[in-house]
Every structure is written in C-alpha cells, then in structure tokens.
Design a protein around this ligand. Structure first.
Ligand code: UD1
Length: 339
C-alpha cells in the first residue's frame, strides 16, 4: 500500500513510518516541520534502508495538499498532524480549533476528491474526560475533554463518525492513545520536545542528561497505591504496530471504529521514575510538588476490543520503554538539533 502519513516527522508518526516501511508499505510523509525536524527523514532511511517521500506542506493549505494527492495518490492516510500541547491549547483555543479541525476537514475533503476512503486518525485517551472510571472502554459513554486540545479530538472523532455514517464507502480507524513513551530500539529516532517538556518521561530523560535539574512530581496524595498518578504507558513501537494493524483491518471493514491503544496496565509516577533510574544507572533527583490542574488520579485502557478486532496487543514493558528511551536520549542529548 502507498500510505500518506501526515505529521510523519513527529514522534509517533516517525515510528509508524518505520513500521510501515518494514512491513513493505510505501510511505509519503506530509509535514510542515513546525514542531519536528527534517533530520528525522535521514534517520528513517538509516533504520529501514528506504527514504520516504517528503511533501513539505501545511495541511491548512488545501491547494498544496491537493497537489500532493494529484502527484501520487495514496491508498490510505494516517493522520497525525496537529497541535498537541494541553497548556498552550488553554491559552490559545482558537488556534487549536482552527488548526486541528481545519487540517482534518481539508484532508478528508481532498481524500474524497481523489477517491481515497481509508483513514486512521490519532485520537487520545483524553476523550474519556474526567467522569468515566478506568479501565476505559471504547463504548463506555459520553466523550468529553477537560481542555481545548482534548476537545479537538472529541470533535474530530464526531466529524469522522458522521462522515462514515453519511458516506458508507469510508473506512475510518480512530485510535485512542494512552501514554506513548520510549523510542525505536536503534536509538536513532525518539521524542524531541521543544522547550521544557510537559510530559513525564521526556522530563526525566532531560534531567538524566543534565538539561534540567530536578523532576517535580505533581502530587503524592492521590487515592492510588503510592499516592502518585497512575497512567497506561505504551511503548511507541507497540503503538506504531497498532497503527499498521488498524490500517490492515480497515481493508476488510467500513464505517468508523474507535480502538484503544494501551497496555491495560497502570504504572505510578514513582514506578516510572524507578524503571528509568534502573535503565539510566543513576538516581533522578525529584521533589514532590502540588497536583497539576486537570490531572486525573488514574487512567488505563480496556484493551479487549483492539485485541479482538485488530489482533494486536502491546508486548513491550516499562523496562523496555525506559531502556529504549534512555538509548535515544543518551545518544542524542540535544535531540535532532545535535545531529
Ligand atoms: C498528557 C495530557 C494529555 C495528552 C498526553 C499526551 C495533561 C493534563 N494531559 O497526559 O491530554 O494526551 O499528555 O501524551 O497534560 N508528571 C509529573 N511530573 C512531570 C510531568 C508529569 O509528576 O513533570 C505526572 C503527571 O501528574 C501524571 C503522569 O506524570 O500523573 C503522566 O503525565 P504526562 O506525561 O504529562 O501525561 P498525562 O498527563 O497523562
């Protein structure tokens, strides 16, 4: 298959591009490199021996996107491109709604004009909001999110479901990611956040290489076993494999389908820190800080549906996530900027 991967230079997109190429698919990456580096393309080539085609376009530019489809029409699209910082989305809601929803509307319109009806969309466990109880299952109830970033995911899920309902030739997979961490085992690609990381494991890794002094743990008074927040961390390569499984499943089904991609196992902040300390070989200094606004005590997936319908299951544990994350960060202390 020829697969167009929007946002394919980003963290999850680049790992998925590698898995697609390794499974024999042909990949075109569409990326505006707004929050990613062109160095990623060299690294994908080093890992796979194949250089993906690059279309340096912004999906808000519909004409440019149309040209990408006209030049080499894909069989399917995996849509990662979008803005993803929770705090920024609270400060700049209109930018988040305009970008995430506008790009998706452009994309499905151009797909439809070129008779392409197979789409995998990056959603998030954030759509389960703060009223449902984990483990979250796909048909568990009303979707809601506590910030504009999350709301764009809720809204796009609805748009795609309505589209698939109205036009039955669409096959759409909506993948709800839990907490992606780790890196490709080559150490050549990984997560490279700009500025101070918002997320736990990039923060730990930057403390480990001396870019940051100390980790703050946001609360140790939650109703959990050790008092710190519990999340369902999933190795980014397992996540990438989940995308390929979804893409292949869509070849045999129509409609819009949501699938959780997680491990089904919650891990506390303190247990994540311990796993990374073991991989890194030295302690990570930390102090306990107040709870972060909007954080949930616990979040983890019910993975039954993905297992049954996609024949996919995460296989890499927190030890592998820490080992591979550390390999990436220690070999690229300044991320792609150091390449
Ligand atoms: C966050 C976003 C979520 C988004 C996801 C992408 C928020 C509230 N949620 O999820 O919408 O889809 O990232 O991966 O931002 N922690 C610390 N210290 C830190 C950073 C995090 O103790 O410096 C704790 C958090 O309180 C939480 C856990 O680590 O218990 C994981 O946090 P994080 O990596 O930011 O992910 P989420 O908050 O689950």
């Amino acid at each position: 298959m020829h697969v167009l991967v929007t946002g394919g230079a980003g963290y999850i997109g680049s790992h998925t591009a590698v898995t697609l190429i390794e499974r024999g698919h042909r990949v075109t990456i569409a990326d505006n490199f707004d929050n990613s580096s062109p160095v990623v393309v060299d690294r994908i080539e080093r890992i796979t021996g194949t250089r993906p085609t690059i279309a340096a376009v912004d999906l808000l530019n519909k004409e440019a996107l149309t040209n990408v489809f006209a030049a080499d029409t894909p069989d399917a699209v995996i849509h990662f491109a979008g803005l993803k910082a929770v705090g920024e989305s609270v400060a700049q809601p209109l930018r988040y709604y305009a970008t995430n929803i506008g790009t998706t509307l452009n994309l499905v319109d151009v797909m439809r004009e070129h008779n392409v009806h197979r789409l995998v969309f990056s959603s998030s466990a954030t759509v389960y909001g703060d009223e449902q109880q984990p483990p979250y299952s796909e048909d568990g109830g009303h979707l809601n999110a506590t910030n504009p970033y999350g709301q764009t995911k809720v809204m796009i899920e609805r748009i795609l479901a309505d589209l698939a309902h109205a036009e039955p030739d669409w096959s759409i997979g909506i993948l709800r990611y839990f907490n992606p961490v780790g890196a490709h085992e080559s150490g050549l690609i990984g997560e490279d956040p700009h500025g101070i990381p918002n997320n736990l494991t990039p923060y730990i890794l930057q403390v480990a290489v001396g870019r940051l002094n100390e980790l703050g743990i946001f609360g140790n008074d939650y109703p959990t076993a050790d008092g710190t927040g519990e999340r369902d961390y999933i190795h980014v390569v397992d996540l990438a494999e989940g995308h390929v499984a979804a893409l292949e499943k869509l070849a045999t089904t129509t409609g819009a389908h949501a699938w959780n991609l997680g491990t089904g196992t919650p891990t506390s902040v303190l247990d994540v820190v311990a796993a990374f300390e073991k991989a890194i070989g030295k302690p990570i200094p930390y102090s306990i800080k107040p709870r972060r606004a909007g954080d949930l005590p616990q979040s983890w997936a019910d993975t039954t549906r993905a297992e049954q319908e996609l024949g996919w299951k995460a296989t890499r544990d927190i030890t592998a996530m820490a080992r591979d994350g550390w390999r990436w960060q220690s070999e690229n202390p300044d991320g792609y900027a150091g390449a």
